[in-house]
Design a protein around this ligand. Structure first.
Ligand SMILES: Nc1ncnc2c1ncn2[C@@H]1O[C@H](COP(=O)(O)OP(=O)(O)OP(=O)(O)O)[C@@H](O)[C@H]1O
Length: 503
């Protein structure tokens, strides 16, 4: 396939708000691909290279001077080969070689193709938000229902692999995707509940009511002596959390996959601030701040996959696999006991409780109704779209944030408000250093950012407004904290913002 066909499709997708039109454009490309073109093209259209990061930084890209050609004959295979060569360059002189190879590739591309390549290489096109649309397009191109495609993506964490399997081997190839110990699964997510009573009222078959701890999500895998620890975004952090590795290595099982939350505690046993827990995931972490795991689900034990079994069965397995390390939970409590559990969670400094249906399977990667979170304040995770230079005491600092909600149809984030409330001096300094690394462009007052940073905002509510394109505006928004554990694709949607309208 000609590379320009891919570039045209990407432009069509970016240029329309219609989910149907996006899906149709993607489908048309997928249907025309040769088998070995599927993985690279699905990766590019999702804004990534199959090789991951290839050592071409922003500086190299803008420093590359290559005039576009008028008409190009670049094929998908040409581009894949060129990026392979760049990715493989190593050792002395490799930076110069990468620059040369990049200039060679760009020098064969048209203006549009160059722009697309630069965006993919610079990570600007990475659009997890498009994933749902892409899954539908893959299913349509392969003539299959959406569910088995989605399941394969959630189990492998990799859209291109699932696309190749769907288009090449159909349902049978997709069914072969299994949970594999050592390969992370997309985590199941929760929906907000209006109240504890409404959450309890929704499930006749019994619930587990669990503390909702305000730490960081972990997924641990163990096979014999080998242990892995992954974050919510499936990043492998095994090397930075030796105390968790040691604990998991000592569990009374041979192989296991556990889902949980990890927290650093004060000497008095109260949770430390979220930032301190997150800082342990960084490369420079100290071991002084020990992380404690609190597991709440078991997806695999000793050769048996449990994803499709009811929560009640998975919790029994969890008790066997990790005795003493469960999150505080009540099994089938009555309303009074559940209420007391919520009160104690809050008085111990935690966020609230989770109410989970005991008969529900583990819906990897889904924000389902079978897990509901009950917490007293309204918070939203929003994408930072830009920041304005401050004035007065804040002169010289990037301050007032432009906030966007995710478009569930895969378009760019939709702006819903601005705020500088809650920003500490430390955060202002951090923003001023960090934001230029995410800059897409700037004007006199504002540095605009690629949609990469997620910030958690507390708010009193939402009102209708003509000021912003979504017709909604946040009321009394204040910054709680940044969420380095989340990508833009995990941010709250415009629908979640709208759901706060009448409360
Ligand atoms: N008992 C629990 N069961 C499931 N998740 C829990 C539990 N305790 C804490 N958590 C955390 O809560 C998150 C689930 O809530 P949700 O799906 O709303 O994620 P979120 O968007 O990170 O929410 P929030 O911003 O409220 O933390 C999980 O990702 C996990 O990190």
């Amino acid at each position: 396939m000609l590379f320009s066909t891919v570039v045209d499709a990407s432009r069509t997708v970016a240029g329309t708000r219609s989910r149907r039109a996006k899906s149709d454009a993607l489908r048309a490309v997928l249907e025309a691909l040769a088998p070995d073109e599927v993985e690279p093209v699905v990766s590019w259209l999702s804004g990534e290279l199959t090789q991951g990061r290839i050592g071409v930084g922003w500086r190299t890209i803008v420093g590359t001077d290559a005039s576009p050609v008028d008409s190009s004959s670049l094929t998908v295979a040409d581009v894949q080969e060129a990026t392979d060569l760049i990715a493989r360059a190593s050792g002395r002189g490799s930076a110069a070689l990468r620059r040369e190879l990049l200039a060679g590739l760009l020098g064969r591309a048209t203006d549009d193709e160059q722009r697309f390549l630069v965006q993919v290489l610079g990570g600007e096109l990475r659009q997890g938000a498009l994933e749902g649309v892409m899954i539908e397009a893959i299913a349509a191109a392969a003539g299959l229902p959406t569910d088995p495609v989605r399941r394969a993506v959630m189990l492998s964490g990799r859209l291109p692999d699932a696309a190749a399997a769907a288009l090449d081997g159909g349902v049978d190839a997709l069914a072969a995707f299994r949970l594999e110990v050592g390969r992370p699964v997309r985590p199941m997510l929760a929906s907000p509940a209006a109240s504890l009573e409404s959450a309890l009222g929704e499930f006749d078959s019994g619930v587990s009511v669990e503390y909702k701890l305000d730490g960081a999500r972990i997924q641990v895998h163990r096979n014999g002596d080998r242990v892995w620890v992954f974050t919510r975004t499936l990043r492998d952090i095994t090397g930075t959390v030796p105390e968790l590795v040691e604990l998991v290595a000592g569990l009374p099982v041979h192989s296991v996959v556990l889902d949980g939350e990890t927290l650093a505690l004060t000497d008095a046993g109260r949770p430390r601030p979220f930032q301190e827990t997150m800082s342990r995931f960084g490369a420079t972490s100290t071991r002084e701040l020990l992380l404690h795991p609190y597991f709440f689900d078991c997806l695999h034990v000793d050769g048996e996959d449990l994803l499709d079994l009811p929560l009640s069965t998975r919790l029994q397995a969890l008790d066997r696999a990790a005795p003493g390390h469960r999150i505080p939970a009540l099994h089938r409590p009555d309303a009074a006991a559940a209420g007391e559990h919520l009160e104690s969670a809050l008085s111990e400094g935690h966020e609230g409780v989770m109410v989970k249906a005991l008969d529900a399977p583990y819906a990897a990667g889904r924000r389902g109704r079978t897990w509901q979170k009950v917490k007293p304040e309204h918070t939203l995770d929003l994408v930072v779209l830009g920041a304005e230079w401050g004035y007065g005491r804040r002169t010289g600092y990037l301050s007032n944030l432009h906030l966007g909600a995710r478009d569930p149809d895969g378009g760019p984030p939709i702006m819903v408000g601005k705020t500088f409330k809650g920003l500490t001096d430390a955060l202002l300094r951090w923003q001023t250093e960090e934001f230029p690394l995410h800059e897409s462009h700037r004007d006199e007052h504002t540095v605009h950012l690629r949609p990469e940073l997620v910030v958690e905002i507390e708010l009193d509510g939402v009102q209708t407004s003509t000021r912003y394109p979504g017709g909604l505006a946040l009321r009394f928004a204040r910054v709680l904290r940044y969420r380095p554990d989340k990508a833009a694709a995990d941010a709250d949607t415009i629908d979640a913002v709208r759901a706060l309208l009448r409360r």
